[in-house]
Design a protein around this ligand. Sequence first.
Ligand SMILES: C[S@@+](CC[C@H](N)C(=O)[O-])C[C@H]1O[C@@H](n2cnc3c(N)ncnc32)[C@H](O)[C@@H]1O
Length: 201
Amino acid sequence: MCKRWQPWLLDKFNTVYEATVAVRKRTLLGGLRGRLLEIGPGTGANLKYYSPEVEWTGVEPNRFMHAPLLRAASAAGLRATISGHGGERLDCGSGSFDAAIGTLVLCSVGDVDAVLREIMRVLRPGGSFVFIEHVAAPPATRTRAVQRVVSPLWGAFADGCRPCQETGRMIESVFGPLDAESFLVPFPVIGPHLAGSARKR
Ligand SMILES: C[S@@+](CC[C@H](N)C(=O)[O-])C[C@H]1O[C@@H](n2cnc3c(N)ncnc32)[C@H](O)[C@@H]1O
């Protein structure tokens, strides 16, 4: 799928999807303060949830997302900086952020482990990684079978997205125990979700 069309597609998806996660986003994102780093912010669906007091940096490799992202940041009254790097190699000092955020992004980054290790590096001790991700359904369920079957086609049309990824386990392997909740959104294939936070100890 052409990168140029992804902002349009993402906005269409978000007009329906946001209502299913708005309460969780308000809870998880609304209380964050200080210097925030968001990985793969897309067109900026999360920006309206942040306090205008925060200093926000977005790492978004698809440059077609940058213009809508800047508009969303301005509408939210945020001090915003955008980097066109991928999350696998952050151009930021170690320990320089109070919190990092990723929503619906670890399913499509090229190297999940590298992104998580970079997030860990740039967080200050005690800083948190806040996430909302769709995840693999439990093994041997019908949804997991569907996820497995549609994976190749899904990935081709949805920017490499991997519906069968056990993202929670991957975050846990880098950060240790999570404070997270599983829930379902009413979407086929990507219904199973995990939302919460992990702390840099
Ligand atoms: C499904 S969109 C989600 C956008 C936004 N987080 C949201 O919740 O609406 C995935 C985003 O991750 C970005 N992305 C893909 N690979 C990435 C990487 N390696 N590092 C950072 N962002 C990446 C894509 O460009 C896209 O904007």
